[in-house]
Design a protein. Structure first.
Length: 305
C-alpha cells in the first residue's frame, strides 16, 4: 500500500518566492515608470533630435551627422571648450590645494574643530544665486570693493571691471566658484585624513619627520583614493559648469567666459537651434562616460589604493 503525499503544499512553497518577487516588482513599477518618463524618455529623445534640424517646437527634419560635422568647424564651440579646459585646471588645482591645506591644518587642532568645519562649509550651503549676486556687487567697478580700495589709494584695482573685461571675466567667476567650493572639499579631505592610521604619524615622528614630510609621505598616500575620486569628479563638474557663469556674466563679455553648458543653453533657448544643442549635450554626456570609464580603469588597476 502506497501513501501519496499531497503536491499542493510543495507547489505553494515553490511559488512563494516568485510571488514575493512579483509583489516587489509591482511596488517598484510606479518608480520605474517615473524614471522612464523623466530620464529615459528625454535621453532617447535627445539622441534622436541630435540627428535632426529642430527649432524646439514643431516638426524635426532628419539631417544625419550634419550637427556633429558642424561641431568640428564651430569656432565658438572651440573657444568654449578652451574655456572649459582653463576652468578645469583652475578648478582642480586651486580648491584642491586650499582644501588640502585647510584640512591638514584643521586636523592638527582638537578644540573648536567642529566650529571651523561649519565655517568652512557655510559658503557651500548658501544658494549659488545668492553667492553670485553678492560677488557681482562686490566686483562692481563703480561701488564694489575694488572701487573702495582704489579710493583709498590701492593701485591697479580701482574702477576695474573684473566681470566686464575679456581678460579677467572667466578668472573672476572661477575665483567665486573656488571660494564657494573649497570648504566642501576641505571637509571631505578632513574626514579622509581622520581615517589614516595614527601609528603611521607616530612612526614618522620617531624618524624625525616634520609636519610637511608627514603630510607628503603619510597623509597624501593615506587619502589617495579620495584624491583620485575627487579629481575625476572635478572633471565631470567642469563639464556641468553653468550657474555662476550664467548669473554673473552670461558667458560674456564677447564670449570670454563662455563654456559648453552656457553655449548649449544659448543655442537651444536663444537661437532656437535645439537639434544642434542636443548634439552638444550628447557630446558632453559621451565625455562624462569616458571619465567614468577612466575611473573604472583606475579602480581595477589599484592606482587609487
Amino acid at each position: 500500500m502506497t501513501i501519496s503525499i499531497p503536491a499542493a503544499p510543495a507547489l505553494r512553497a515553490r511559488r512563494a518566492p516568485r510571488r514575493r518577487g512579483l509583489i516587489g516588482w509591482l511596488f517598484l513599477l510606479p518608480l520605474l515608470g517615473l524614471n522612464i518618463w523623466v530620464v529615459l524618455g528625454p535621453a532617447v529623445a535627445t539622441v534622436y533630435y541630435s540627428f535632426t534640424n529642430w527649432r524646439g517646437i514643431g516638426p524635426a527634419s532628419w539631417v544625419g551627422l550634419a550637427n556633429y560635422r558642424r561641431m568640428l568647424s564651430d569656432r565658438r564651440l572651440q573657444e568654449a571648450m578652451l574655456n572649459n579646459v582653463t576652468w578645469f585646471v583652475l578648478f582642480l588645482v586651486i580648491p584642491m590645494a586650499l582644501a588640502l591645506l585647510g584640512a591638514f591644518l584643521l586636523s592638527q587642532i582638537r578644540r573648536f574643530q567642529v566650529l571651523f568645519r561649519a565655517i568652512y562649509f557655510i559658503p557651500y550651503v548658501v544658494a549659488s544665486v545668492v553667492n553670485a549676486a553678492m560677488w557681482t556687487a562686490l566686483m562692481s567697478p563703480t561701488n564694489g570693493i575694488g572701487h573702495v580700495l582704489g579710493e583709498i589709494g590701492v593701485p591697479w584695482i580701482g574702477d576695474v571691471a573684473l566681470l566686464g573685461n575679456t581678460d579677467t571675466s572667466l578668472y573672476a567667476v572661477n575665483f567665486v566658484v573656488n571660494w564657494h567650493f573649497w570648504g566642501f572639499l576641505a571637509v571631505i579631505f578632513l574626514a579622509a585624513m581622520q581615517g589614516v592610521d595614527v601609528d603611521l604619524y607616530n612612526a614618522a615622528k620617531v624618524d624625525g619627520a616634520n609636519r610637511w614630510r608627514q603630510f607628503l609621505h603619510v597623509t597624501l598616500p593615506g587619502i589617495r583614493p579620495t584624491l583620485v575620486f575627487l579629481g575625476l569628479m572635478t572633471a565631470i563638474w567642469t563639464l556641468k559648469a553653468f550657474d555662476y557663469i550664467w548669473i554673473m556674466t552670461e558667458g560674456g563679455p564677447a564670449n570670454s567666459s563662455e563654456v559648453i553648458a552656457t553655449y548649449m543653453y544659448k543655442t537651444a533657448l536663444q537661437q532656437y537651434d535645439a537639434g544642434y544643442a542636443a548634439s552638444l549635450g550628447l557630446s558632453m554626456a559621451f565625455m562624462t562616460v569616458i571619465i567614468l570609464a577612466i575611473r573604472q580603469i583606475v579602480q581595477r588597476r589599484g592606482w587609487d589604493t
